[in-house]
Design a protein around this ligand. Structure first.
Ligand code: G1P
Length: 290
């Protein structure tokens, strides 16, 4: 029996350069997909996985994220006065229980590894999850739920993976698979953003991780890697040679909203599945495409 995963680190300090100018004055984590911002999907996925405490690693220009998770008194009072109880309930659902959310700041954009390291004091000495909010996994059970379940069986460290066309490996972290058992793969290594000809496989890392706290010691002295940044993948690669580490193939699709096309596709995907809007959106698209 492994100790429960209670905390998730969500880095939200990135500049969102792939979706500029949309993200010039709003954080990319607040870009909406249908009717909710990206960050809302990722926090909901963590809650569904039984995670109690969310740690957001923020940066300059990101205070709107803190406001999203707080009361909006004027709005709530107006909705109450107008008896718009359904909308009010939706708005109130976004607010976590007091104390269930912590913030820390990454003061300089030194890379994902550095962002995760910034959360070390709040995580403390226990295994924890990391979720990258560019990617949303609306499938039920969510990716984190599936990983937490796998963790309860095998323990150690886990990273989610999926197969991609070989020409796309340079956009991601990529694993070198060793042995596969069901949906879990043992690895001989991991490499960040390899060129297709140098990639050890076409299994790319998805932004969902379960890590032992030992990762913080490795991150502390991690030298810069791909793109001149402190890469989480490089420290995970070191951890893989010391501890149990599995790549996990989760069920369901992951939607990468960190690019313009990915964001548009996610809106269509979830818009079509939306109970209230899906039918009309489908009719509209049919008309547009014929
Ligand atoms: C990060 C990770 C990479 C992973 C990717 C998933 O890259 O460093 O290993 O494959 O997220 O989205 P980034 O998107 O920050 O460049």
């Amino acid at each position: 029996m492994h100790k429960r995963i209670r905390k998730v680190v969500i880095p939200v300090a990135g500049l969102g350069t792939r979706v500029l100018p949309a993200t010039k004055s709003i954080p990319k984590e607040l870009l909406p997909v249908v009717d909710r911002p990206l960050i809302d999907y990722v926090v909901a996925e963590a809650r569904d996985a039984g995670i109690e405490h969310v740690i957001l690693v923020t940066g300059r220009g990101k205070t709107a994220i803190e406001d999203y998770f707080d009361h909006a008194f004027e709005l709530e009072t107006t909705l109450k006065a107008k008896a718009k109880t359904d909308i009010l309930a939706e708005v109130e659902k976004t607010i976590p229980r007091a104390g269930d959310l912590s913030y820390t700041r990454q003061q300089a954009p030194l890379g994902l590894g550095h962002a995760v390291w910034c959360a070390r004091a709040i995580v403390g000495d226990e295994a924890f999850a990391v979720s990258l909010p560019d990617e949303i996994a609306p499938h039920k059970p969510g990716f984190l739920r599936q990983m937490v379940d796998a963790y309860e069986t095998v323990g150690g460290n886990l990273v989610a993976v999926e197969e991609v066309p070989r020409e796309e490996t340079s956009k991601y972290g990529v694993i070198a698979p060793k042995a596969r058992k069901g949906n879990l793969i043992e690895m001989s290594g991991m490499v960040e953003k390899p060129k297709p000809e140098a990639a050890p496989s076409n299994f790319r890392i998805i932004g969902r991780y379960i890590l032992q706290p030992d990762i913080f010691h490795l991150l502390e002295t991690q030298e810069k890697g791909a793109g001149g940044e402190i890469q989480l993948t490089d420290s995970m690669n070191k951890l893989n040679s010391k501890q149990k580490f599995h790549a996990c193939i989760c069920e369901g699709a992951i939607l990468d909203c960190g690019s313009k096309l990915g964001w548009l596709m996610a809106n269509l995907d979830l818009g079509l599945k939306n109970a209230e809007l899906g039918g009309q959106l489908r009719d509209y698209l049919k008309r547009r495409l014929t």
